[in-house]
Design a binder for this molecule. Structure first.
Ligand SMILES: [Zn+2]
Length: 402
């Protein structure tokens, strides 16, 4: 059996040899942004390139047209390590979250791992996970059982000017999020002639937002409550019979988020009671907070440094949310966060669109993709490493959230 150093070198050489192809895929996706569940070109481009590397590809996956799973068996049975590839864009911005790089990293890892799987136990997979930006792609794939047999999941994601894999709590954690669509149903009346016969759905939605403002004082610092009114009535001379709001709630843990959601639901119902309206509350997909595997993060970080990425920070909790959080509650999961810019840049911005197509951004993509593939190799080869990651995962809440 080949030595680990030799296997590592094969991965690095294969990714280097295919550098142009990997960057071309990233650039094609960047300049042709597709929204969640509409990533027809991107998912096809990545999946077909991975198929050429000798992988078995299932697409569509779990009934989702733009999802796929590519798998390659090792020399004997063993653990399953998956790389998750996102490739959706943002409405109105394009690839303002750099998911073109994440998609291409799936191809890069597949190219690298294809050269070693004959000498490695287990299975390597690339799972194409659509619609990260509000479409809950990973949550739908998880519900369909796609992650049931996976032992560990790896990703990359740009982090502006910062590079790190999380190695210590609370680095790499983020906020759980869910949303409500809140509709109030009142009764129309002439606003001048007989307003006393009306039931005012606008008052209800205004009281809801006022009630939430009172609630803000009694939630924890990291809680976020934010929303918009999407229908506030039709005409000033008619008592509004229908209004609608979209509302989001974020909290540092999914358990606390559930408590906050109960409070917000009570406020919404209270506003209905105050005004005599009926209320209908439609819940969105519950996105869990992220529980990063710090055990995997330590090795991932070493691999990133070994590939020439300058590790510059191991920051605090991120005030964002992702469907990767749900995956992280199910199995050990780690992200290689990497710089695409030398200067700080805002998230979800044109600067990210530009930086994720820059020479530096593509250089970093190649390096972090190697590090991700090398970490996958470590997980497949080193039983002790995977066992430690699973042990940490099983005790994550007790270890870090106390
Ligand atoms: Zn993103």
């Amino acid at each position: 059996m080949a030595e680990r150093e030799e296997l590592r070198q094969r991965i690095i050489d294969a990714i280097d040899a295919n550098r142009d192809k990997i960057i071309e895929v990233a650039e094609t996706i960047r300049v042709n942004p597709e929204l969640g569940y509409e990533e027809v070109m991107a998912s096809q481009l990545i999946a077909s390139n991975i198929r050429e590397q000798g992988y078995e590809v299932e697409k569509p996956l779990a009934g989702i047209e733009t999802a796929f799973r590519a798998s390659k068996h090792g020399r004997k049975d063993g653990p399953i390590v998956a790389v998750l590839a996102e490739y959706d864009a943002l409405a109105g911005i394009g690839h303002g979250c750099g998911h073109n790089l994440i998609g291409a990293s799936g191809l890069a890892a597949a190219i690298g791992m294809a050269t070693v799987m004959d000498d490695v136990p287990g299975m390597f997979e690339v799972i194409g996970t659509p619609a990260e930006e509000g479409g809950a792609g990973k949550i739908k794939l998880e519900a369909a059982g796609i992650f049931d047999d996976v032992d560990a999941a790896l990703m990359i994601h740009h982090a502006g000017h910062q590079s790190f894999a999380a190695t210590e709590y609370p680095s790499g954690t983020c906020l759980a999020v869910n949303s409500f669509v809140i509709e109030y149903f009142g009764k129309p009346a002439h606003a001048g002639a007989d307003p006393y016969n009306g039931v005012n759905a606008l008052n209800a939605v205004i009281e809801f937002f006022k009630g939430v403002d009172a609630l803000r004082q009694h939630v924890t610092m990291e809680t976020r409550l934010h929303g918009i009114i999407t229908n506030g009535g039709e005409a000033t001379n008619v008592v509004p019979k229908y209004t609608r709001a979209q509302f989001s709630m974020r909290a540092p843990t999914v358990d606390y988020l559930r408590e906050v959601m109960d409070k917000v639901r009570n406020v919404a119902q209270g506003a209905a009671l105050m005004t005599g309206c009926e209320v209908k509350i439609t819940e969105g997909d519950l996105h869990y907070d992220m529980r990063p595997s710090y055990r995997i993060g330590k090795t991932y970080n070493e691999n990133m440094a070994a590939m020439g990425i300058e590790i510059n920070v191991d920051p605090e909790r991120g005030m964002y949310s992702t469907d990767f959080g749900n995956t992280s509650y199910k199995l050990p999961s780690a992200t290689g966060s990497f710089a695409i810019s030398h200067e700080p840049i805002p998230g979800h911005s044109q600067q990210v669109v530009d930086a994720s197509g820059s020479d530096f951004g593509y250089d970093q993509l190649i390096k972090v993709s190697k590090a991700m593939a090398l970490t996958a190799l470590d997980l497949l080869l080193d039983e002790q490493f995977l066992a430690e990651a699973k042990e940490e995962h099983a005790n994550w809440g007790a270890l870090y959230n106390g």
